[in-house]
Design a protein around this ligand. Structure first.
Ligand SMILES: Nc1ncnc2c1ncn2[C@@H]1O[C@H](COP(=O)(O)OP(=O)(O)OP(=O)(O)O)[C@@H](O)[C@H]1O
Length: 324
C-alpha cells in the first residue's frame, strides 16, 4: 500500500542539471499542488523534459531535490501507485497491440487485466486497442500513454506535452479527462511549449526559460484583473463620464478605453447618457500569447545551443516511458 496521501504535493527545490558545461536546468524551485492541474511551460529546449525526468528519478540532479509527498522518487515505497507518467508517446512496441502493451505493463505491476480494459474505455480507444501500436496516430499513442500512466491509479500524474498530436477535439477531451482526475484530488503536472493549448486546462502555471523559473502562479494571476474594453469616438470624454459613475479607466490599444469593471451594461449605459457612441464593448481578455512570448523571448535553446554539449548518457534508473 502506498504511504502517500491522495494527491501528494510535488516540491522542487534548487533543482539543477548540468550536461558537461551546459546548464539545462538552473536552480529551479516550484510546487505542484494536489487537486489542481499545473501547466509546466517553456519554449523548446527550456528544460521541461529534463526537469520531469529528474522528478521521476530518471536523471540524477546535479544539485537540488525533487520530492513527491515529501519523498524522492527513488525512495518511494510504491512508485507505480504513487506517480504515473507519460514522457514520450513513441516508445510502444510497434508490432504489439495497444491492449497487449498495457497487459504487459499491468502484469509486471500486478495490476488486474480488467483495469486495462477499463482504462482503454476511459481513454476512448477500446476498439483501436486491438490494432498494432505501430499503426497508431500520434493522438492515439497519447491516449495509450495516458492509459499506461494510470494503470496503478496513481495519486500524481506527470504528462510531457500530452496535447502534441491531438486535434482540437482531442484537446477538449483531454481537458475534461484531466479535470475529472483533479476533482478526485490527484496532482497533475502537464508540460507544454504552447500556453495557448493548455490555457483552458490548467489552474496553475510554472513558466521556465533557459532552465530558470520566470513565473509561477495561478492562471487567474497570469491573466490579470478583469475589465471592459470599450471603443468610442472620444475616449477622454467617456473616461470622464465613467469617473462620475465611480469607474476608473485607462487608455487601451487602438483608441480603446479599458474600464475597471466587468459590468459591460454599466459602461454602455454611461456612454449612452454621455451621448457617446459605442463602436465596441467586450470583456478584457489577457493576451497570454504575448505575455508568454515576452517572458520567454529568444530563449529557444534547441535552435541556438543544441551543440553546446555532447549528449551524455545519464543515470537512467528506470525504463523511460509510460511508467517509470
Ligand atoms: N543528455 C543530454 N546531453 C546534453 N544536453 C542535453 C541532454 N538532454 C537535454 N539536453 C539539452 O538540455 C536543454 C533542455 O532540454 P529539454 O529536453 O529538457 O527541454 P524541453 O523544455 O523539454 O524542450 P522540448 O520541448 O524541445 O523537449 C536542451 O538544450 C537540450 O539540448
Amino acid at each position: 500500500m502506498s504511504t502517500t496521501t491522495p494527491g501528494a504535493r510535488i516540491e522542487v527545490r534548487g533543482l539543477t542539471k548540468r550536461f558537461g558545461g551546459f546548464t539545462a536546468v538552473d536552480d529551479l524551485s516550484f510546487d505542484v499542488e494536489p487537486g489542481r492541474i499545473t501547466g509546466f511551460l517553456g519554449p523548446n529546449g527550456a528544460g521541461k523534459t529534463t526537469t520531469l525526468r529528474m522528478v521521476l528519478g530518471l536523471v540524477r540532479a546535479t544539485a537540488g531535490d525533487a520530492t513527491i509527498g515529501g519523498v524522492r522518487y527513488v525512495d518511494l515505497p510504491d512508485p507505480l501507485r504513487t506517480v504515473g507518467a507519460a514522457l514520450e508517446a513513441t516508445n510502444f512496441h510497434p508490432g504489439r497491440s495497444g491492449r497487449d502493451h498495457l497487459r504487459v505493463l499491468a502484469d509486471a505491476a500486478s495490476v488486474p487485466t480488467r483495469r486495462v480494459d477499463e482504462l482503454l474505455e476511459l481513454t476512448g480507444i477500446p476498439a483501436a486497442a486491438r490494432k498494432r501500436a505501430g499503426q497508431y496516430s500520434m493522438g492515439m499513442r497519447q491516449r495509450l500513454g495516458l492509459a499506461a500512466a494510470l494503470l496503478g491509479d496513481p495519486h500524481v500524474l506527470v504528462l510531457d506535452e500530452p496535447t502534441n498530436g491531438l486535434d482540437p477535439e482531442g484537446i477538449r477531451w483531454l481537458r475534461g479527462f484531466l479535470r475529472r482526475l483533479s476533482a478526485e484530488g490527484k496532482t497533475i503536472l502537464v508540460s507544454s511549449h504552447l500556453l495557448r493549448e493548455v490555457e483552458q486546462t490548467v489552474d496553475d502555471v510554472v513558466i521556465i526559460a533557459n532552465g530558470r523559473l520566470v513565473k509561477a502562479g495561478t492562471m487567474a494571476d497570469i491573466k490579470g484583473s478583469p475589465g471592459a474594453v470599450v471603443r468610442t469616438s472620444d475616449r477622454a470624454a467617456l473616461a470622464g463620464a465613467l469617473r462620475v459613475a465611480d469607474v476608473t479607466s485607462i487608455p487601451g490599444e487602438d483608441d480603446t478605453l479599458i474600464a475597471d469593471t466587468t459590468d459591460l451594461r454599466l459602461v454602455g449605459d454611461v456612454a449612452l447618457r454621455a451621448g457617446l457612441p459605442v463602436y465596441g464593448l467586450e470583456p478584457k481578455r489577457a493576451d497570454l500569447e504575448a505575455l508568454f512570448f515576452q517572458l520567454t523571448e529568444g530563449t529557444n535553446r534547441n535552435e541556438t545551443a543544441a551543440t553546446a554539449a555532447p549528449p551524455e548518457g545519464d543515470a537512467v534508473t528506470a525504463q523511460e516511458g509510460a511508467n517509470p
